[in-house]
Design a protein around this ligand. Structure first.
Ligand code: AHM
Ligand code: MG
Length: 289
């Protein structure tokens, strides 16, 4: 997020940053269910639908954005010529009921969707925690900003961590899914990690990944016995997070290789996700061989 409006990728990232204070302040009145399901079959909240429409309006209006897609809508929206933008408008929105952290995720692909993570040219997440922060990866560098601003005003963005990289000594881990549903090979790996690191798990990937980015460690939403493909979606969640964590010197895996190398066959396809310090992700892959 350098020169305002300098290029389409910056414009996308700035648009998400500018929308963040407004999304945050609009959450309080939108905790009810929306009587609809998203394409993954999950019940949507009013906040999911509202944030999706707000970001669609703003992002499809930008020059240089050719496609828009979201976890909360079925198909790809054609927006003209340019980059493809994939978003998860409110990641971890089930945390809205209990008033815990949530996020917004954005990935900018230089290819038509669905696309491989290697086609990403920028990605970011907003974390609605006690303060609103945004972690942006571009050109191999990761920056954390604090976002402040009132509704309808441009957000004030202050860089608080530049050239962010995962600490060498990992401290925390967080694994999703119900333990009885974990595969044996993942349960064996998790058992080792539990003896080494401290549990930090809040049920919103952005909150949990930000713990890993801050303290070092590993986050996983693993393959499950009932659902070998896990829960998280490749285009909207896994690829952007893998891009950010790898840009911060960490690693990502779907169990066999970097998430960024996974073939993208369907817009809403799911994938197991493991991200964190390289040594911990390597161990996961070795345990799966
Ligand atoms: P969402 O984007 O529909 O909110 O779902 C994604 C979230 C992730 O943030 C989190 O890691 C995971 O779902 C938790 O799932 P569960 O509550 O099923 O354990
Ligand atoms: Mg999500």
């Amino acid at each position: 997020m350098s020169d305002p409006g300098a290029d389409p990728i910056s414009r996308v990232l700035e648009t998400v940053a500018n929308a963040a204070p407004e999304i945050r302040s609009g959450l309080a009145g939108r905790r009810r269910k929306a009587d609809e399901q998203n394409p993954s079959g999950e019940t949507q909240l009013a906040a999911d639908v509202w944030a999706d429409e707000l970001l669609e309006d703003r992002l499809t209006a930008l020059d240089g954005v050719g496609q828009f897609a979201s976890e909360e809508r079925e198909g790809v929206v054609d927006a003209g010529e340019g980059y493809a933008v994939a978003i998860d408008p409110l990641d971890g929105s089930s945390n809205l009921k209990s008033n815990n952290s949530m996020g917004t995720i954005v990935g900018v692909y230089d290819d038509d969707l669905p696309a491989r993570g290697r086609e990403l040219v920028g990605a970011a997440y907003v974390l609605y925690g006690p303060i609103t922060t945004m972690v942006v990866a571009r050109d191999g560098a990761v920056t954390e900003y604090v976002l402040e601003g009132a509704d309808g005003e441009l957000a004030d963005r202050r860089a608080v961590r530049e050239d962010l990289s995962l600490p060498d000594e990992p401290v925390v881990y967080g694994f999703g899914g119900r333990v009885p549903d974990w595969t044996d090979r993942f349960a064996d790996y998790a058992g080792e990690i539990e003896r080494e690191l401290k549990l930090r798990y809040g049920g919103a990937m952005i909150g949990d990944v930000n713990q890993v980015v801050t303290y070092g460690g590993v986050f996983g939403y693993p393959e499950l016995d009932s659902r070998p493909e896990g829960k998280l979606r490749l285009q909207f969640e896994a690829n952007p997070i893998a891009y950010i964590v790898e840009s911060a010197g960490g690693a990502s895996s779907d169990g066999s290789g970097s998430i960024l190398d996974a073939d993208a066959d369907e817009l809403h396809q799911r994938t197991p996700v493991y991200v964190g310090n390289e040594g911990l992700v390597d161990r996961l892959e070795s345990a799966f061989e």
